[in-house]
Design a protein around this ligand. Structure first.
Ligand code: OOG
Ligand code: NI
Length: 455
């Protein structure tokens, strides 16, 4: 087979089509994109070093197409067909997120590209959650929900046919890919006609708003899209000026010189008209929102353990209430607790708290030195690796605020990665292993280039 379109290019078509569709469906998302672009341009204009560093690390080109989205699925069959759909676009399940820690009846993975080159071409990711009806106390309602879900088909038959074609022929031709993207879009489109009557919706909603959102509609509408900003505090500050209502606090680490992991905030989900089965009057449903993210360096297992500790101490010291009360104290506690986390890239690297990618520039001078000597001489450069994944506590905060409350809550964990993987039909890739491999491979290659391969 010649003439097959590269999966990265199919993903590019898909993420563009999703963005256009969502802008159309949720105009406030378009306003957010405009705000993010203005702030990004201002940051780059004011910081030539950052501009140069992002250019060197191949990040500048991807900045404007950088985004993630999220969907929520109802059944194991749905999760496994979505896995096959995303594989056509070079997106694979990475990481397992247990959201039961926040009292949410879902667990999740992120479908995303894995290779460095694929990530730099288009890093589009979809945070994908599977509802856990087994966590519902009302067993009758859980059975009713399962029955309703069993009746829907979220992937069109044309999309399914093209997925099978891609699996058999090892990819899709350009016309096939274009048709595939158009068909895939149908899965994620908003449907204002609910598949249930108002009474069933209320019962599902009373059990959990998330359950109502997943079970009451024809498909897993995309519930947000998220561009990447270079200054999330500035976007958060400017949102109200542009008529956008942000959640009370930015999730994740505090503002720092050396950004780590992921900071996220969102605008509150909008109340939208829906029509319930058999009803004449319109009802409403609240699910769809917009989010922004600022990504920093990926952390090693040691770095992540330190992050988790600083965050747990913050949350023990201050909690945000349902209406956003205590947000200021929370931010103060966050800043205070994260003083324990080194705040420059060089220390993060030397203390093995963060992951880097190495490259050789020029020649190694004189006799073989160690890595630190090569870096000091300028022959070896370490660029921070962008964190490409998500954070369970932050994700829970994003979920919560869009389920109508800014309240932070903690429940007993009920992780079940085995059940999730059984539903998925494969295992999820461990994200930390991916960063470690990129770091090791890049170091070996750079040292070889410098004639220091025996180090
Ligand atoms: C997903 C919320 C989590 C993120 O970026 O952490 C999320 C959802 O609301 O379905 O998108
Ligand atoms: Ni998100």
């Amino acid at each position: 087979m010649t003439d097959l379109m590269h999966p990265d290019d199919i993903r590019g078509l898909f993420s563009k089509a999703m963005s256009d569709m969502y802008r159309d469906e949720v105009p406030q998302y378009g306003d957010l994109i405009d705000l993010v672009r203005d702030v990004n341009n201002e940051v780059l204009a004011g910081d030539p070093d950052l501009q140069a560093q992002m250019q060197a690390a191949d990040e500048l080109d991807r900045l404007d197409v950088e985004r993630h989205g999220a969907i929520r699925l109802g059944t194991a069959e749905e999760l496994s067909s979505i896995r096959r759909m995303f594989a056509v676009m070079g997106m694979y399940p990475v990481g397992y997120y247990d959201l039961s820690v926040a009292g949410l009846p879902v667990h999740s993975t992120a479908f995303r590209p894995i290779e460095t080159a694929a990530l730099s071409r288009n890093p589009f990711r979809v945070f994908t959650s599977l509802v856990r009806l087994e966590l519902l106390e009302d067993r009758d309602l859980a059975a009713a929900a399962a029955d309703i879900l069993a009746q829907r088909q979220i992937v069109t038959s044309k999309a399914l046919f093209l997925i099978e074609t891609a699996e058999l022929q090892g990819g899709l031709t350009k016309p096939q890919a274009e048709e595939f993207v158009a068909q895939a879009l149908e899965t994620f489109r908003w449907h204002s006609d609910a598949t249930v009557d108002a009474e069933t919706y209320e019962r599902l909603h009373d059990a959990h708003r998330l359950i109502a959102d997943v079970v009451s509609f024809k498909g897993p509408h995309i519930n947000h899209l998220t561009p990447r900003t270079l200054d999330i505090d500035e976007v958060q500050r400017l949102m109200p000026e542009r008529g956008i209502a942000p959640k009370a606090v930015i999730e994740g680490p505090p503002r720092r010189n050396a950004g780590i992991l992921l900071r996220q905030t969102s605008f509150k989900a909008l109340e939208e008209p829906v029509k319930f089965k058999g009803a004449d009057a319109a009802g409403t449903h609240t699910a769809r929102f917009g989010e922004i993210e600022q990504r920093g360096v990926a952390l090693t297992a040691e770095g992540r353990a330190l992050y988790d500790r600083c965050l747990a101490e913050t949350r023990a010291a201050a909690a945000v209430g349902g209406q956003g009360q205590g947000a200021g104290d929370y931010v103060d506690a966050l800043n205070a607790k994260f003083v324990a986390f080194p705040d420059d890239l060089d220390t993060l690297r030397r203390e093995k708290l963060a992951f880097f990618r190495y490259r050789a520039v020029g020649q190694a001078a004189g006799q073989a030195g160690d890595v630190e000597a090569l870096i000091a001489s300028g022959a070896l450069v370490a660029d921070p690796q962008v964190y490409e994944d998500f954070l369970p506590v932050s994700a829970a905060g994003i979920f919560q605020s869009n389920l109508g409350s800014d309240a932070q809550s903690t429940y007993d964990a009920a992780a079940n990665q085995d059940a999730f993987e059984a539903a998925l039909g494969t295992t999820v890739t461990d994200p930390t292993g991916l960063y470690a491999k990129i770091q090791n491979d890049s170091l070996v290659e750079a040292l070889t280039q410098l004639g220091q391969g025996h180090l």
